[in-house]
Design a binder for this molecule. Structure first.
Ligand SMILES: Cc1cc2nc3c(=O)[nH]c(=O)nc-3n(C[C@H](O)[C@H](O)[C@H](O)COP(=O)(O)O)c2cc1C
Length: 163
């Protein structure tokens, strides 16, 4: 049980909900064994070598894929792509392949990139750490590019990661 400074118990949803984040889609896997999910708990964690991390709920459909695959791609969304963020925030259903709804292309190594992303960062997984309900996945950036001009989508625009 978590107790805040005023002695209230709960998951500190209101307090932690104030933290600002960018919004990306993490794509993982190859061909038909692939998926994309919206992620906001994401950060750069090293300059040299360049590394990123994101946190993924242990219970998500995508988590098994993330555990099995050696790499992932962070696709940074722009402020006019809230609809895309909502699409990839849908829970995967057995009869739906979320990536079919958007145009994709591939990195040199064959990882999936969303063609309309602002920028992408393909990463090789170098570490995974358990953190409560989530796994922290750390990746070393192996290929990255800015695809177009634009401002990033942020949680300040109303999209939230909620339980
Ligand atoms: C703005 C926003 C940010 C999100 N950030 C995360 C995140 O950082 N980590 C996570 O595990 N899920 C996050 N989610 C939730 C997942 O996108 C969502 O649970 C999705 O259904 C998982 O996809 P899957 O069922 O294909 O695995 C976020 C959702 C939204 C709307």
């Amino acid at each position: 049980m978590i107790v805040d400074a005023s002695g209230r118990s709960g998951l500190l949803k209101k307090e932690l909900g104030q933290l600002p984040y960018g919004v990306s889609v993490v794509t993982v896997g190859f061909g038909s064994t692939s998926n994309g999910l919206t992620v906001s708990w994401l950060s750069q964690v090293s300059f040299d070598p360049p590394m990123l991390m994101f946190a993924i709920d242990k219970l998500h459909f995508s988590t098994e894929l993330v555990e099995d695959m050696p790499s992932f791609v962070v696709n940074l969304l722009s402020d006019d792509q809230a609809e895309m963020a909502s699409h990839f925030a849908r829970r995967s259903m057995s009869d739906e392949h979320k990536l079919d709804a958007y145009e994709t292309k591939e990195t040199a190594a064959g990882q999936i990139i969303l063609s309309d992303a602002l920028a992408y960062y393909a990463c090789d997984v170098v570490a995974k750490h358990e953190a409560g309900s989530h796994w922290i996945v750390i990746g070393q950036v192996t290929e990255a590019a800015v695809l177009r001009e634009g401002s990033p989508l942020t949680t300040a625009q109303g999209l939230r990661y909620k339980k």
